[in-house]
Design a protein around this ligand. Structure first.
Ligand code: ADP
Ligand code: MG
Length: 703
């Protein structure tokens, strides 16, 4: 399915040379190449080496050192096939300075023939090891037979390509060589960047860069090549980042040109805000004004709302939703999990219900007649707001007039889902406004790449009265001290959370089951009222436990990560998180945000199971030192890299071929600026650049 879409796009784009035009590529080989994503000659040229070997000289056997890679040239003096059970081929070589053994565990009859021919002259490249029976050996060296008048050794570094089963380095090298020849004779890889720009950025031309990366002269720095910092590599990195930026920018331009219902009014949302028991923070007000300014336009809003845990994004979303409702249209709120969706539903139901509005809950669990009724009323426009998971965007769900889509925790969805969702709201040529909320702050550098098609608003202030949360990491064997701390806190009238990451005990994962933990804690702390909540409880049961905790009828709430969202109990001042090393930093930060909501000094204990890896140590340290979600995300990014932070589904990060968002982040401002310039001054370069790097993915730009 995926491949066919890609192929369709490929064939509709500029002319491309099929990989089968290269010599020696038949059906079998082209299938293997396809597995590496190589379909065209161009793909072969952009399939860059991972490593390089220096085979520019020949080392005499007496100068070989164990552990180093080297190339030797020597004559076969004897060989044997030996070994009980698993057989292997031993081949002894001699070069006038010493002896060397080659060891092969698998070998073809042809190889066997020339490896066993005494007097044959071989050139071998491999890692030198000390042999089983003394002396030096190489296991499976790259090895070929040469004549005594063989041409001199390579004057270039030898590329090592990413490969797959059944595909030899030799084959990939041969294909790359042929492809480079095509580069000379055809306009296969045209230069799309203006020469003035290249001079200014001190980057080589495209063809020159590609050639160098496949066939670097021997004096090229291998370290620079392999780390990706060589100018030739950077040239491709820059172009790839630019192509992504252009594609997102184009997507955004096309969206801007669409029509959306202007949401004029504001009476309902004012009424809602007046009824709240608090006033909006300055940051909430500012952000709401930014959103409102977008919503009154006849063009679709595309806005990313970032705000730390507890910064009050939901209220802002509700006020925005009410603008849609006031014009007689509908709004939808999508969350990535049932629990998050449920929590939002409860909030919206309470807030909007008071204003006489209907809010529906659509999840995968809603089935049968109940579901049918909701769908009918939604299609008839009798329900103004729908809250749910991605179930909201199934084909059977139809809206009378959807004017605003709010997506919570966008980072858990891919860009693709976001776009699919926009399609859903398309109605008689009109497109809904979109508000995307996230508490996993996306570092600015990433926001500029993966999210270049969105405008951004930031709530950079927490509601008043929040106190910093004191965070400590404590090893598991000091559990008793921690339990004592809970006893003390509850004696003083405070409440506490105990969070266990999994629902059921699983030996393999070494996570404590909430159920078992709750039982044990009840034995040790008989004087406390202990509640238990996890995802397998029915919605009603969960609600009852939560409500009891909120009322103060429970002292300690043992929970799974269910409470990540929405629980708001100002009197809770202590949180224990078990196995914190198993959770993401953003999630830990979210969890921790459940305490510190009142005016009391609060703390969070990360109860880890030693030994911790160095990385795990470093990550827990970030939480101890840092309260600010943005800073936490930035440091998480440094520790783990962007793919992990944003989740693997994130297309912006995932589909990069040569660039690395972290290593290459310094390019991003320049890329942005260059994209502006190209769109203005060289618009005809845009399409080919996008096509070269993104190909199939670019179809989303064709809205
Ligand atoms: P998040 O940004 O994490 O989604 P929420 O919208 O859930 O945050 O808000 C967290 C809590 O703070 C909620 O209980 C909400 O009612 C409360 N809250 C939101 N805005 C304010 C404010 N301006 N003043 C006081 N409390 C607020
Ligand atoms: Mg929230």
């Amino acid at each position: 399915m995926k491949a066919s879409v890609g192929d369709a796009v490929r064939s509709s784009g500029p002319e491309r040379l099929s990989i089968t035009t290269l010599k020696g590529v038949g059906p079998k080989l082209s299938e293997r190449l396809r597995r590496l994503g190589l379909h065209t000659v161009e793909d072969v040229l952009l399939h860059l080496p991972l490593r390089y070997q220096d085979r520019s000289c020949i080392t005499s056997i007496d100068r070989l050192r164990v552990g180093e890679e080297a190339q030797i040239e020597a004559v076969v003096i004897g060989s044997e096939i030996t070994g009980r059970g698993r057989r292997f081929l031993l081949c002894r070589l001699e070069d006038g300075t010493g002896l060397l053994t080659l060891r092969f565990f698998h070998f073809s009859p042809a190889q066997q023939q020339w490896l066993c021919q005494a007097g044959a002259r071989l050139r071998c490249f491999g890692e030198v090891r000390s042999g089983y029976v003394g002396g030096l050996e190489m296991i499976h060296p790259e090895c070929h037979r040469i004549e005594s008048d063989a041409p001199p050794v390579d004057d270039r570094l030898t590329p090592i390509y990413p490969a797959t089963a059944g595909l030899q380095q030799f084959t990939l090298r041969r294909l790359a060589e042929q492809a480079l020849e095509c580069l000379e004779s055809t306009a296969l890889l045209p230069e799309w960047l203006p020469p003035a720009l290249l001079t200014q950025l001190r980057l080589p031309a495209f063809a020159e860069a590609v050639r160098l990366l496949h066939q670097p002269p021997v004096d090229t720095s291998v370290a620079e090549l392999e780390s990706g910092r060589h100018p030739a590599r950077q040239r491709l990195v820059f172009e790839e980042l630019l192509a992504h930026q252009l594609s997102l920018r184009r997507l955004r331009e096309r969206t801007r040109r669409q029509v959306a219902p202007p949401l004029i009014g504001g009476h309902l949302s004012r009424r809602f805000l007046e009824r709240l028991p608090f006033t909006l923070t300055c940051a909430q007000q500012r952000v709401l004004e930014e959103i409102t300014a977008d919503l009154v336009q006849p063009r679709p809003m595309l806005r990313l709302l970032q705000g730390d845990v507890g910064s009050g994004k939901t209220v802002v979303a509700a006020a925005s939703v009410l603008r849609a409702v006031e014009t007689g249209a509908q709004a939808a709120l999508m969350a990535p999990t049932e629990l998050l969706a449920e929590q939002h539903y409860r909030n919206f139901h309470d807030w909007l219900g008071e204003l006489g509005l209907e809010v529906a809950w659509l999840s995968g669990r809603l089935t049968g007649k109940a579901r049918r009724i909701v769908l009918e009323r939604l299609a008839a426009g009798e329900i103004q707001v729908a809250v749910g998971t991605h179930a909201l965007f199934q084909e059977s769900v139809l809206f009378a007039e959807l004017a605003l889509v709010v997506v919570d925790e966008q980072h858990r969805f891919g860009v693709h889902q976001r776009l699919a969702l926009r399609e859903k709201g398309r109605n008689e040529g009109r497109c809904p406004h979109q508000l995307i909320m996230t508490a996993t702050p996306i570092p600015r550098t990433l926001a500029m790449s993966a999210y270049a098609d969105l405008d951004t608003s930031i709530i950079d202030e927490l509601p008043p009265g929040r106190r910093p949360i004191k965070t400590v990491a404590v090893p598991d064997h000091r559990r008793d001290t921690i339990i004592e701390r809970i006893r003390q806190a509850c004696r003083r009238g405070r409440q506490a959370y105990w969070v266990c990451p999994l629902i059921e005990e699983s030996e393999a994962l070494q996570c404590q089951a909430a159920t078992v933990t709750a039982e044990r804690l009840s034995e040790i702390l008989p004087e406390l009222r202990i509640g238990l909540v996890h995802g397998r409880l029915s919605a009603t049961a969960k609600e009852m436990v939560m409500a009891a905790f909120k009322m103060g009828a429970l002292d300690l709430l043992v929970a799974t990560t269910v409470i990540e969202v929405g629980v708001d109990v100002p009197n809770a001042s202590l949180m224990i998180i078990e196995n914190p090393e198993r959770l993401g930093l953003a999630q830990l930060h979210q969890l921790r945000g459940r305490v510190g909501r009142g005016s009391i000094e609060s703390s969070c204990v990360l109860l880890y199971r030693p030994p911790l890896s160095q990385l795990a140590h470093a990550r827990l340290a970030v939480l101890r030192e840092c309260q600010d979600g943005f800073e936490i995300a930035r440091r998480d990014l440094e520790l783990r890299g962007p793919g992990e932070v944003l989740g693997t589904r994130q297309t912006g990060a995932q589909s990069l071929r040569v660039a690395d968002l972290l290593r290459d982040q310094d390019w991003l401002p320049i890329v942005r600026h260059t994209a502006d310039r190209l769109l203005r001054e060289h618009p005809n370069c845009v399409e080919p650049l996008i096509h070269r790097w993104i190909g199939a993915g670019a179809r989303y730009g064709q809205v």
